[in-house]
Structure formats: structure tokens, C-alpha cells
Design a protein around this ligand. Structure first.
Ligand SMILES: [Ca+2]
Length: 177
């Protein structure tokens, strides 16, 4: 209960300070509780929560993709989204080896269909590149397309790439609400 009240106070303070940003509460955003709150189905056993991947706390997410035909997949829960409204994902990351991995904002319609897809050329993502070997902050903003009712954060290594990278401390915000 105390945590919930504190979260509301922090959220209100942050909104006032930075023009209406609402923090969406990503569960276990720093991986201190393993993959609790994240969906790793379809991950091909590439993502693991390990101490070596921690930017803060004791644990972080390490994606080790050694396949040039398969990719990784770790998704957050889906949160309500409003079409036309902007969302931003922020996180800490570093490349350990190779490149070909990104964090996505993915939007769904009421039928549960993806609205941001490669074939529509409207994917919203920010890659972690080969040269990003030191921990740094990344962010990506995107607008929910028409028909959106849900948003999620997705950490995905590309099928054709071989890459190892670390992630920690994700944040999801809704803007202008
Ligand atoms: Ca952590």
C-alpha cells in the first residue's frame, strides 16, 4: 500500500515537471525478480536474467542469440493505449557482442492483432548497436496508430543476426494525457 501511494506521488510530481507524462507501471522493470511479469514464450531460450547483465540492482536481462535463423522474444504485459497518443519506452542497455537487437513499442487493436509490423513498415523500435559497449540510456517514442487499444514493450533479437546484449531498468510512459 505504501508503495502504491509513493508511486502515485512520484507519478504526479513527474507529470507536473515534464508536461503530462504518465508512468505506466511495468512490473519487475529491472529484472530483480527474474522474468516475473514478462512473457518469454517464443524466446528460443535466448533471454536469461543474470548478475552480469545488471546495470542497477543485482540482476539484468542478457539476450544471447547465437542463431542466424531464430530470434529472441521477451514482452511486457499489455497495457491500455489510446490511438493517436504518444508513448515512450526508456531503458539502459549495452552490446556485449555483435548487433541486431532492439526494443520495440508494439500496439494491438481490439482483436489482439499487431498494428505495427514489418510488412506495414511502421515498426517502432530503437536498436542497440555494435558500438554501444558501455551502458547508456536509450529511448524511443511512437504514436499509437488508429485502432490501438493496447501497448507493450518487446525486447527482440533479429532472426538473421548473432548478438549478445544486456538490458535493465525499463520505463514506459504515456504522453500528453
Ligand atoms: Ca536490475
Amino acid at each position: 500500500m505504501k508503495t502504491k501511494i509513493l508511486a502515485v506521488i512520484l507519478s504526479t510530481a513527474a507529470s507536473a515537471a515534464s508536461a503530462a507524462e504518465t508512468f505506466i507501471l511495468l512490473a519487475n522493470a529491472g529484472f530483480e525478480e527474474g522474468l516475473a511479469g514478462w512473457n518469454a514464450s517464443g524466446d528460443n531460450a535466448m533471454s536469461a536474467v543474470v548478475p552480469e547483465a545488471a546495470k542497477s540492482g543485482k540482476l539484468g536481462l542478457r539476450v544471447t542469440d547465437t542463431s542466424d535463423t531464430l530470434g529472441s522474444s521477451v514482452a511486457s504485459k499489455r497495457f491500455p493505449a489510446v490511438a493517436g497518443r504518444a508513448y515512450e519506452v526508456r531503458f539502459q542497455a549495452r552490446a556485449v557482442k555483435g548487433e541486431g537487437i532492439a526494443v520495440y513499442l508494439r500496439f494491438y487493436n481490439a482483436k489482439g492483432e499487431f498494428l505495427t509490423r514489418p510488412e506495414l513498415k511502421n515498426q517502432i523500435n530503437v536498436p542497440v548497436r555494435r558500438g554501444d559497449t558501455e551502458w547508456k540510456a536509450f529511448s524511443k517514442e511512437g504514436v499509437a496508430p488508429a485502432g490501438s487499444v493496447h501497448v507493450e514493450v518487446w525486447i527482440h533479437s533479429f532472426t538473421k543476426n548473432v548478438v549478445t546484449a544486456d538490458f535493465d531498468d525499463l520505463v514506459l510512459v504515456e504522453k500528453g494525457s
